[in-house]
Design a protein. Structure first.
Length: 131
């Protein structure tokens, strides 16, 4: 892979990350605020008297939404993320082969042929690096 192709791939990858992580997050929050305002407040005489402006509703919504999302995010990282990573690890054949290589080397259960095969495998992985 030449350097121009690597640069294009890196730009493409960072664009996807920026779009999906940040821009779509902001659009989704804005959309969520508008839909919530439209369905729950517009035309509802009880709430309309207290929160009549979309901007006021948006500020109140965000003031409540972010602390709640932080609490849920902290809960997720402390309880669920280890389960997610374990399942991903169990379904990753490259990781399994790498662990097997390490175990074979540590226990001395590796022949010179097998070591050459492992080195070729690692070289293939290294050659696929985009950096």
């Amino acid at each position: 892979m030449n350097s121009v192709e690597r640069i294009v791939r890196k730009i493409w990858w960072t664009t996807k990350i920026g779009h999906s992580t940040y821009l779509m997050f902001l659009l989704a929050i804005g959309n969520f605020i508008l839909i919530t305002y439209n369905y729950f407040l517009e035309g509802n005489t009880i709430f309309e008297n207290h929160i009549s402006n979309l901007w006021v509703f948006g500020i109140i919504f965000l003031a409540l939404y972010f602390p709640i999302s932080i609490i849920i995010g902290r809960w997720h990282t402390s309880t669920q993320i280890s389960v997610d990573m374990t399942i991903r690890g169990l379904n990753n054949p490259v990781q399994a082969k790498m662990i097997k290589i390490l175990l074979d080397v540590q226990t001395g259960n590796v022949s010179s042929e097998k070591m050459k095969e492992y080195r070729k495998f690692i070289a293939k992985i290294e050659n696929k690096q985009i950096e």
